[in-house]
Design a protein around this ligand. Sequence first.
Ligand SMILES: [Zn+2]
Length: 255
Amino acid sequence: MQNNPLPRTLVVSIHDVSPQTQDRTQAILDDLTLTGCACASLLVIPDHHHRGRIDETAGFGDWILSRQAEGHETVLHGYFHQREKTGRESLRKRLVTEHYTAGEGEFLDLAREAALERLRRGIQAFERCGLGTPTGFIAPAWLLGNEALEAVRMAGFHYTTRIGEVIDLRSGRRQGSRSLVWSVRAGWRRLASLAWNHGLMTSTSQGPLLRIGIHPPDWDHAAIRRQILAGVRAALAGRKAMTYDGWTAHWRAAA
Ligand SMILES: [Zn+2]
């Protein structure tokens, strides 16, 4: 660790950015800026639950483009953020994790060609918003099957992340780093999240890369919001805030 050439970094990501969450995302960004964190990776859903495309919703394109101009990164985050029902209940059961419901695992069991087609549509939606081609793809709920991972590589993305690692899709290298993430669906989950992340902030404080993942509903809960912002503030005492795209560039240069 002593001679690790990687800069000590904090990457804050905001998941599920779409026309439906635009206002809350802006509120989160305003609070992050006040806390000293000037850049974040914004995980954008092109057609959130089939409720309207980013490039066809008045005002969204201009808003997200302005955030990108401020130094925030736009990352492709699924296409619909919704998994079609397959009727395979055993699989459905497997998808129910601590933080997500089965219905969010859009890229878990997509075949390669279907995944590739959806990724290309997502890239097109970004380009129609003027955002350019995203370098990062992060699967909804971090659930990325092997065929879909291959499709992400074929589509030309530079990196992806899972809950416990960042993957350089060109070299295949992996950097282990457990993302902090909160679960707010029920009171007991919020309490468990506060305790779990308190421990995780301590246990991950030495690694080169600290990842904090925020979901828009987190901001409805004052205790969660306070813990996240306190964590960001503490991390910035010894780390530089970067986007995933920026960090990946450093990681490659250090290799
Ligand atoms: Zn998501």
